[in-house]
Design a binder for this molecule. Structure first.
Ligand SMILES: [Zn+2]
Length: 611
């Protein structure tokens, strides 16, 4: 047995700073390198000392793979490459490589603005972001990238956000890990659903953000959202929708834009400046990553050119009296423009904030979803009187989606990350019961190992696979295992050939080898027929009645493979000696069965003689 070992440096029984170290067949991979929005101190990044205390990160790691541009998956990357000093290859998809540096720069600015003057913080610079991105090797969907002779990585579409991918890492034929990053099994207004082929990984590492939720239908959630926003603005309130720059933002904009048009509403909708244009640019650039509808209509009408939604050029607009809707970043109200607007609007009970996705523990978003009516912000204390609505629009798979993915890829074991421990327990039980698979959920810093089967992939002719004896236990005997043939290169796989074909190829004639073992016994009061009946009973017990057949009086044929013969021995004078002999005869191929039967008979004979 060999094993794959995994240790999460982040996202182990937690959401935020995803970072999973996997050791597979002598290679080490880091999946994601994220930050935690809930912390401002060292805990914002994964604990890389786990790697550095063992020496240089370049000796320790073979590659870093980043699943998508959300900061909890890529926010620590410049720190890891430029400050911890990892020099090896970093892989991500083309859209992720394009969008990642923009979000990293925004994150850097917000962090630097927030730090108190004179405070020293261990943080990366703009230049470091550029140097880091230069190390990134972009990959296309389904492209098989050979990191070295044996290590291959392959990205699959994950839905979730533009450019998000799941990654399959394979070493040789036998061992593989599928890491999902964040994914969504249901299509939305701008992206398609996640998809993976039946790759049967040794281990599936899946996110489990919504492990216990089965969300109601998408349509009713969307209607609910639009009606709540409309009700609020019609009563003169202001609606704040904190969003990530790319992803949910585009989906909700398309949704409100369509609703405003249909209901003929005039209340203004704003979007944080710059971001809408920038997002638009990337969606145009990577249109192939969006869903079919967007692709088809893009030629006639760009879905991202809005009629009702305007960029928020003049920040003083938010102080205007009267209703409005504002989309502002970031999504968890932990910093930046969304937090500034929240501070202004929170005390007015006519207003409303709609949180459309998951919020990490410790953020303002998390606190208000959980009912906090007073928020401490530095020295300031803020009363939250505005309505707080939480709508699960986040593009993560729910419990049903996760089960669907497990069935789709058919792993041999499952590991849950990027979720809360108690919720993981629920999902773990479900996977164990419904799919009979082992499920692990290591905490941060906890190393776990998964035993993997030794699998040898061989080339075999179709005719051999169709042979009837294939399903029997001794199936390797159906053929001979040979080294790769010269002509089969570059497959370089051993071949399984039928015996006659293998003999022909090697120019050999077949010989057969037969064993016969004998046992003498003393049973003075038995007739030959009594003894044959007893021997037959022993054989029938071993293989079943129908498979042990009595032939011509004193011969028993077992499975047509082993012959047992009972014969009387001639008496020698008046001296007492054994008067019967058992002969068990079998060919070389049937040695297992033959010797097993022989030892059973020997045992029985001992009992017989001791009576
Ligand atoms: Zn994400």
């Amino acid at each position: 047995m060999t094993s794959i070992s995994v240790v999460p440096l982040g996202a182990g029984q937690d959401v935020g700073r995803s970072c999973i170290l996997v050791s597979i067949a002598g290679r080490r991979i880091m999946f994601d390198c994220g930050m935690h929005a809930g912390f401002q101190d060292d805990r914002r990044f994964p604990d890389f000392t786990y790697i550095t205390k063992q020496g240089s990160p370049n000796d320790y790691l073979d590659a870093v793979i980043v699943s998508h541009f959300h900061l909890d998956h890529c926010g620590a990357l410049p720190y890891f490459t430029e400050m911890v000093g990892f020099d090896g290859p970093v892989y991500m998809t083309y859209p992720t490589k394009a969008i990642c540096p923009i979000l990293l720069e925004d994150y850097r600015k917000v962090t630097m603005e927030r730090k108190a003057s004179g405070e020293q913080i261990n943080f990366f610079t703009s230049e470091m972001i550029n140097k880091c991105m230069a190390k990134v090797r972009p990959v296309s969907l389904h492209e098989e990238v050979h990191v070295d002779a044996d290590l291959v990585i392959k990205p699959y579409y994950a839905g979730h956000v533009l450019g998000a991918a799941m990654f399959l890492v394979r070493v040789g034929d036998a061992q593989s890990v599928l890491y999902t990053g964040d994914y969504n099994m249901t299509p939305d207004r701008h992206l398609g659903p996640a998809w993976v082929d039946r790759c049967r990984p040794s281990l599936l590492i899946t996110e489990s953000t919504y492990a216990t939720t089965v969300r109601d239908s998408k349509r009713s959630r969307e209607r609910d959202f639009c009606e709540k926003v409309q009700r609020c603005v019609e009563q003169g309130g202001k609606v704040l929708i904190p969003v990530f720059a790319l992803g949910r933002a585009q989906e909700l904009c398309i949704l409100l834009e369509t609703y405003w048009e249909r209901m003929n509403l005039k209340v203004p909708i704003y979007f944080s400046t710059g971001l809408a244009e920038r997002a638009n640019h990337y969606y145009k650039l990577f249109i192939a990553w969006t869903n079919e509808k967007i692709k088809q209509t893009f030629v006639d009408r760009n879905m991202f050119d809005y009629k009702h939604i305007r960029p928020l050029h003049d920040k003083s607009v938010i102080d205007n009296p009267g209703p409005m809707v504002v989309f502002a970043t970031p999504g968890m109200l932990h910093a930046g423009q969304s937090l500034q607007i929240f501070k202004k609007w929170a005390p007015d009970e006519r207003n409303m904030v709609v949180i459309p996705g998951y919020c990490v523990a410790g953020t303002v978003g998390y606190k208000i979803i959980n009912g906090a009516k007073k928020i401490e912000l530095g020295k300031q204390s803020l009363d939250v009187r505005m309505a707080v609505e939480y709508l699960s629009f986040s593009a993560h798979a729910d419990a049903r989606g996760i089960m669907q993915l497990v069935r789709m890829c058919q792993p041999r074991a499952v590991m849950l990350v990027h979720g809360e421990s108690a919720k993981m327990d629920f999902l773990r039980q479900r996977i164990q019961q419904e799919l009979q698979l082992p499920v692990l959920k290591p905490a941060n810093g906890e190393s776990v190992a998964i035993e993997t089967e030794q699998v040898m992939v061989v080339e075999a002719p179709v005719g051999l696979l169709h042979r009837r004896d294939w399903s029997e236990p001794a199936r390797l005997r159906a053929g001979l295992l040979l080294p790769p043939s010269e002509s089969a290169l570059p497959a370089k796989r051993p071949r399984l050939l039928a015996r006659d074909a293998a003999l022909k190829e090697a120019g050999l004639a077949e010989h057969s080898l037969r064993f016969t073992t004998s046992l003498s016994l003393w049973s003075p009061h038995s007739q030959l027929s009594d003894l044959v009946t007893k021997v037959h009973a022993v054989c029938a017990r071993a293989v079943g009645d129908r498979l042990a057949q009595l032939q011509d009086g004193n011969t028993i044929s077992v499975l047509d493979r082993v012959t047992v013969l009972v014969k009387p021995l001639p008496p020698v004078g008046r001296q007492q000696r054994d008067n019967f002999q058992l002969l068990v005869s079998y060919s070389f191929e049937n040695e297992d069965l033959g010797s097993r039967l022989f030892s059973l008979l020997k045992q029985e004979a001992k009992i017989e003689q001791s009576l």
